[in-house]
Design a protein around this ligand. Structure first.
Ligand SMILES: [Zn+2]
Length: 114
């Protein structure tokens, strides 16, 4: 699955999270760009003590995921499903599965045995 990003029509800067105004040039016109939903874990934490809203979801995992696109690296905050520490490592490959409750969700990319 691809991630829909926004590119500033004026300066071409790419944003993963939606913007109304470009941080670089102040432009307000954006075009949608689909980028591959594959990345790797840059850092993560497992939440055991949630806010009230997420009480029924513990433990859950929040990560910073790095995405490579056009020779640049983009980092986004994401949920890693399922929660908990199973098989998680910094550097693990992850695959985008969709947006849930405004969070980008990823799963560990299954290893293909050849
Ligand atoms: Zn711009």
């Amino acid at each position: 699955m691809q991630i829909t990003a926004q590119r500033c029509s004026q300066c071409q800067r790419l944003f993963i999270n939606p913007k109304y105004i470009c941080n670089d040039c102040g432009g307000t016109v954006f075009e949608e760009v689909n980028i591959p939903g594959r990345g790797r874990i840059y850092s993560y934490t497992v939440i055991h003590v949630p806010t009230e809203e997420f009480r029924d979801q513990v433990p859950y995992t929040i990560a910073i995921v790095e995405l490579d696109y056009n020779q640049s690296i983009y980092r986004i905050v994401a949920r890693i499903l399922p929660g908990g520490e199973n098989k998680l490592k910094v550097g693990s490959d992850v695959t985008f599965t969709g947006i849930d409750e405004r969070a980008y969700c990823f799963v560990i990319t299954p290893r293909v045995n050849k």
